[in-house]
Design a protein around this ligand. Structure first.
Ligand code: F6P
Length: 530
């Protein structure tokens, strides 16, 4: 079987990269004053500007040949037909069906109707707690994909927040997370959403059990559980064993992967926070991007283009770090969500044929909102030794407008991507009056590649488009790298070890087969815990 790196399309890119690597973005811009037009795409009002990527028209042609060779459209068809493309778990990949509107499966539409009804009863005050008081606080208990997406979306859509209802998120097993949240809450007016696909995740179940004890201590009766706990899960036996009434369980299927699940009932906290009508717009925005992804040719396909640029930077320019910089406070949790989406999906080294890859796969993804990042780690981007690919994300209009803020914010966003691309030469520094001895320190090499994404404004619809754009980027990279982007076996080993170590830490068991470091740490911890 031919290795990916031996294929014609890969080899052509490899040869081409040798020509491009020495070239500077200054030169590429100087040679082409149509660069922005040539290297930007729009879908409706969403703009993708990749003119500051270190590419030429030939680069894009060759990358698109690689995509054709990988049969990206065939893989889309396989996903849409419900083939078990998550082959290591024997599952289909169905998150697009969750937002397919009229085309969604009956089971999906039924759950959406129940979610709408539940939101309405909470918002109208018809749904009451065990003392008959209305619910004022929702606490979502979940982790990973059952937390990051909804937490990010609720934060992003704060401008759409329902009045008189606060939505909190608790994910950490560290009791400081739950304790810090509960301390401000009243059990009589608090409702818990236990969000867990498997309903077996240690962190979530531990938090749910502690929350249940907190409620029972105040209510003094078991029947309060069914009034104050609802679940989003696909394990109905476990939700029932926990004491959650069947009518309060919002189910979803196993073909919904955790990191793609905010569109399912895992998104209930979003719908509660912003109202069901807005949640539907979030789904509609994602559906709109799905339709674009499924039908647009390679030349105008935004998600495919984003993926191809990611592959080019990783495999041919050797950028193994990728920064996500939303110039939007509301999108502040987007980097954390994308971290799971990208790194849990394509942070892999075994391909679909079971062979170890001989090429780099997903880069390390990280980020912070601008302008905060500018005053901390941006120094490394400007003058450090690492090549870091960057995504700048900005809103044309502020979601919380105050006079004098937004133009300054946008100016900073554009200034950073420009400074990273073009840098500052010693001659330019000298011309601006820098003394000779300081010139090496005041020179900026530039040539850091970046993409800028601009949304007209942040709404449930545009957020849906943006999130689906990145989801499909991940899908395409999985196809291009020949990986299964939908399993996550890598997180299992640590979980197994933790369950083995917990009884040893509690002093209930001994294990002489542990490594010396772990044994030493346990001895030390037990000394200070006793
Ligand atoms: O840690 C891995 C993982 O399986 C994630 O993929 C998932 O989003 C998270 O755990 C939570 O799982 P669950 O929803 O089953 O509690």
């Amino acid at each position: 079987m031919q290795r990916l790196t031996e294929t014609k399309a890969w080899q052509a890119l490899d040869t081409h990269a040798k020509e491009i690597r020495p070239q500077h973005l200054r030169q590429l811009f100087a040679e082409d004053d149509e660069r922005f037009t040539r290297f930007s795409l729009t879908h409706e009002q969403l703009l993708l500007d990749f003119s500051k990527q270190r590419i030429t028209a030939t680069t894009l042609d060759l990358l698109r040949q690689l995509a054709a060779q990988a049969d990206w459209q065939g893989w889309i068809a396989r996903m849409r037909q419900g083939e078990a493309i998550n082959h290591t778990e024997g599952r289909a990949v169905g998150h697009c069906r969750l937002r397919a509107g009229e085309q969604a499966p009956e089971e999906v539409r039924q759950v959406l109707v129940r979610m709408a009804d539940f939101c309405e009863r909470i918002h109208s005050g018809q749904y009451r707690g065990y003392t008959g008081e209305r619910i004022t606080d929702i606490v979502s208990l979940g982790i990973g994909g059952s937390d990051l997406g909804p937490r990010m979306a609720v934060h992003a859509l704060a401008a759409f927040q329902q009045a008189d209802l606060r939505v909190h998120f608790v994910s950490n097993l560290d009791s400081a997370d739950l304790a810090g949240t509960l301390t401000h809450l009243n059990p009589r007016t608090t409702l818990f959403v236990v969000a867990s696909k498997t309903f077996t995740t240690l962190e979530t179940l531990t938090n749910a059990e502690t929350a249940r004890n907190w409620l029972l201590a105040a209510a003094g009766r078991h029947s309060a559980i069914s009034q104050h706990f609802v679940a989003a899960s696909s394990n109905l036996a476990a939700t029932s064993a926990f004491g959650i009434a069947p009518e309060n369980v919002f189910a979803f299927s196993d073909w919904v992967g955790g990191r793609f699940s905010l569109w399912s009932s895992i998104g209930l906290p979003i719908a509660l926070a912003i109202g069901f009508r807005h949640f539907e717009q979030l789904l509609a925005g994602a559906r709109n991007m799905d339709e674009h992804f499924f039908s647009a040719p390679a030349e105008s396909n935004l998600p495919l283009t984003l993926a191809l640029l990611g592959l080019w930077n990783t495999n041919f320019l050797n950028a193994h770090s990728h920064g996500i910089f939303p110039y939007s406070h509301s999108l502040g949790l987007l980097p954390a969500h994308l971290q799971q989406l990208e790194m849990e999906s394509n942070g892999k080294r075994i391909d679909r044929n079971g062979l170890a890859v001989d090429y780099a796969t997903n880069p390390v993804l990280w980020g912070e909102p601008g302008t905060n990042g500018q005053h901390s780690f941006f120094q490394l981007l400007h003058q450090g030794s690492a090549l870091v690919a960057c995504d700048f994300i900005a809103l044309a209009r502020s979601d919380f407008p105050l006079p004098g803020h937004h133009s300054g914010l946008l100016a900073n966003c554009l200034a950073q991507s420009s400074a990273l691309a073009f840098g500052q030469t010693a001659d330019e520094a000298r011309a601006s009056g820098i003394e000779t001895a300081l010139l090496p320190y005041r020179t900026f090499p530039g040539n850091q590649p970046s993409t800028t994404i601009i949304l007209p404004k942040l709404t449930p619809f545009t957020l849906g488009q943006l999130l689906a754009l990145y989801e499909h980027k991940v899908f395409c990279l999985g196809v291009l790298w020949n990986l299964n982007a939908f399993d996550q076996w890598g997180v299992e080993l640590g979980k197994q070890l933790a369950s083995r170590l917990a009884p040893i830490l509690r002093g209930e068991r001994q294990d002489n087969t542990l490594d010396d470091s772990t044994r030493g740490l346990i001895t030390h911890l037990r000394q200070f815990r006793s």
